[in-house]
Design a protein. Structure first.
Length: 268
């Protein structure tokens, strides 16, 4: 988005696929009578009877521009209203010709599970991240586009990891700036957590396969193991069709694997 005033024109440049362009186009079409639509622009000419509508539109332009640039001004809207007799031009940047803005997103680890995030002069992207991490926000400074959010579990970590690998977000080219050594510690922590979680899940599967649970004694588990190993021994289906033989063989091997892994835990 770009705004300038020159030669009796208020010129607002918008991307064709932006929300702001769609709002501006709809307002112009519904409220102004003397407009000219060109290939890459829309011209709105001054009609005295439409002065109040122009005032509303110029106020929207001022508010939207300040928000987009993350600026504050108590006089900007008033200054733009002083150009109410100027014609208005909406310059359209098509998707094919759009110059994509590049944005740096700064990250820093606070401790083992908290991340500081800062974006300079881009409230739209900051709002996106605020929404993305809303459940994990510890502290936020909306005016200065800063926040601290936590990473509490492997799901949070995986979502965060996916985001910082992206190079384009909301039609911006994005670069995440951070100290790799700091983040290596974070990654090591959650990679170990993931490995431990997978081991626990696998152990639960082993207990289930032997119709047992972790509170059962090893002797009770061993009895159930012997019952199952006898029930699913491949010799019991010798001479049957190939599908049945393979099914029993696989089940037999899985039961053996489950018992050996539970044994390592129980007997250790």
């Amino acid at each position: 988005m770009h705004l300038e005033v020159k030669s009796k024109w208020v010129v607002l440049t918008l991307h064709e696929d932006s929300v702001q362009y769609k709002i501006a186009k709809r307002f112009i079409e519904n409220n102004f009578s003397k407009i000219v639509s060109l290939q890459n622009s829309i011209l709105v000419f001054n009609i005295p009877d439409e002065k109040q509508r122009r005032a509303i539109f110029l106020n929207w332009i001022a508010t939207t521009y300040l928000k987009y640039k993350n600026l504050t001004s108590s006089t900007f809207s008033k200054e733009l209203q002083s150009k109410i007799d100027y014609c208005i031009k909406i310059k359209i940047i098509s998707s094919n010709n759009a110059v994509i803005e590049s944005v740096n997103i700064y990250l820093k680890t606070i401790n083992t599970n908290k991340i500081f995030l800062y974006i300079k002069n881009n409230k739209f992207l900051f709002t996106y991240f605020k929404s993305l991490f809303k459940k994990n926000i510890v502290k936020i400074d909306i005016n200065n586009l800063k926040m601290i959010f936590s990473i509490n579990n492997i799901e949070d970590f995986e979502n965060f990891d996916k985001i910082i690998k992206r190079t384009k977000i909301l039609n911006y080219n994005t670069s995440f700036i951070y100290n790799k050594d700091e983040f290596n510690l974070l990654y090591e922590q959650f990679e170990k957590y993931e490995e431990d979680t997978e081991s626990i899940k696998k152990l639960v599967e082993y207990y289930t396969l032997l119709n047992s649970n972790e509170n059962d004694s090893f002797e009770d588990i061993k009895i159930k193991y012997k019952e199952l190993i006898k029930k699913y021994h491949p010799d019991r289906v010798y001479g049957h069709d190939e599908y049945t033989v393979n099914l029993y063989t696989e089940k037999f091997r899985n039961i053996q694997e489950a018992f050996e892994n539970i044994k390592k835990v129980k007997v250790a």
